[in-house]
Design a protein around this ligand. Sequence first.
Ligand code: GRG
Length: 327
Amino acid sequence: MAAATLPAFLSDARARVDEALERYLPAPPACPEIVSEAMRYSVFAGGKRLRPILTLAAADAVSRGAPGAPGAPGAPGGKDAAARAAVDLSVPAACAIELIHTYSLIHDDLPAMDNDTLRRGRPTLHMVFGDGIAILAGDGLQAEAFALLAREPSSDDETIVRRKLKVLGVIAEAAGAGGMVGGQAIDLQAAGQVPGRGAALDAGSLTAMHARKTGAIIRASAVSGAIMAGGSEATVAAVDRFGAEIGLAFQIVDDILDVEGSAEELGKTAGKDAAGTKPTYPAIFGLEQSRVLAAECVARARQTLEAAQLGAGWLAPIAEWVVSRRS
Ligand code: GRG
């Protein structure tokens, strides 16, 4: 994806992901109309596609920049050809992560969890289709994500099959009990929604909770692209550290926007965290210091990229975009 500017890269990546999601999501007669409609209602509701964008950007950067990468100077076919191939290989992982992210939002909005009525600028799925179908659409999206990871990219090539399997494991761990599900469980405890098992969070445990709840999937997004592009262990580890910093910055900014943004800007109910009992970065550190913390994450993320010789791709501008959160 040889885009000239960040907006062009974001727009190309979104188009690529949306076209693939349209192809990958099951439709009748493969599944009942109601499930297909409900899944599509949420998947095509206008999300930013941050996670799949990170996957494609990591694949692009690793194939072009990292030492020994397939697209490193002198490699046959040149950098653009290698980057195109790496991005092609990582599209299924990018889409699978967006399906898992969408499932998590659908379930998070349910009355049993965060009980919200607005998401991505529309009524939440359960408000339109009812709780039962919303639960099933979320379940379906998660299962489809893993079916997709197993199926695509379709290849008998041992190298590709090994990368696919690695990515499948990375995404499963990020989505599971040690990652997003675990973080959501701590969040429910902190919100007093687990009978007899409440938990107070200080600054350290708040960060640890977010590292699981939102950070793990963001890290896995970038790591999946790096793996599919054939990055070395050291390069994948650097992309993982970058993802961890971006994940934390994303969450801090999300907390700031909850205080400062309107429902129209956010596409979801504003002021919900601040009004609730859950701790947030602005509540613990104040708005100014929260902004400083987010900027520090981005600075560390940049340093990590530069040390891994990945500073020239789109990952660094994406990190800036995450904190400015304007598209
Ligand atoms: C239900 C297992 C389970 C987990 C839910 C991610 C999550 C865990 C809940 C979402 C709660 C929430 C709103 C957290 C704040 C950060 C966040 C994930 C915001 C939404 O992500 P964006 O801004 O959304 O990338 P779009 O709509 O642009 O994709």
